[in-house]
Design a protein around this ligand. Sequence first.
Ligand code: AMP
Length: 283
Amino acid sequence: MNIIKTSIVLNRYLNTIRETNTKVTIGFIPTMGALHSGHTSLINASVKNNDITVCSIFVNPTQFGDSADLEKYPKPIEKDIEVLLKNECDVLFLPSNDTVYPNDYTQKSYDLNDLDLKIEGASRPGHFQGVCNVVGRFFEIVKPDNAYFGQKDYQQTVVVNRLIQITNSSVKLNVVPIKRESHGLAMSSRNIRLSEKGRQNAAFIYRSLVQLKEDISNLGLEQSVKKARQFIQAQKGAHVDYLLAVDSITLEPVKNMEDSKGIAVVTVVEYEGVRLLDNIILK
Ligand code: AMP
């Protein structure tokens, strides 16, 4: 595996490959590191379907509103390199802040049709504009054929889809299903901040989403959502930031299954001081 730290070296490396084989396909997975099996499912999907897989590790400051959260973000780079080697990643792109945002770079404000202001965006102002800036920069630098994002960050996939549309990008977005721990908790780099017991207990989030899906035929969507919210809120130490059924394109709340062609239930639960994201696709 090549570890490359600058965009110039990465361009040179990828251009040489493209020149020798015009049909080569490049798969790209942007991450913030602290890699776990959720990330490796994205890497495996890319390795399987592309000639070259590039994974980036960059803790993007522009998507963190809270600098304490940024400081606390885990950075186990040696372990991450081992994970990437084991999963046959070809290139680790490990840029500095100056490589991603050179002096002459001005942060862009994308017209995201308010997708960035809803749900998670309402709790984290500026977060999705930050995501789009870094993803836009990486697409420019890597020029991948395929980009892999996790369903775990559902709103992010909707926002990146919009970014690709409005920038007329040729990158194909591939959304990979959520990888879960055996008891159901969605894997996340933040899970290491939970106690061992908390990590086991937090499976109630996924259980409530599965139950919600089962309840719909009897209770209807609105009541099932309400019941799931109450169930989570009743767990000791849990606080539901939001739990909503939303349209898969506009992210507007939906009340009935007939109201939209695509519906997902998205939630954030605060537990032991950690924000835990999860979602389930209903249709
Ligand atoms: P992050 O390092 O948290 O920015 O995540 C990098 C990518 O991995 C994003 O596209 C995430 O949605 C994805 N990802 C994180 N956790 C999981 C998971 N449990 N299952 C699938 N994809 C995930």
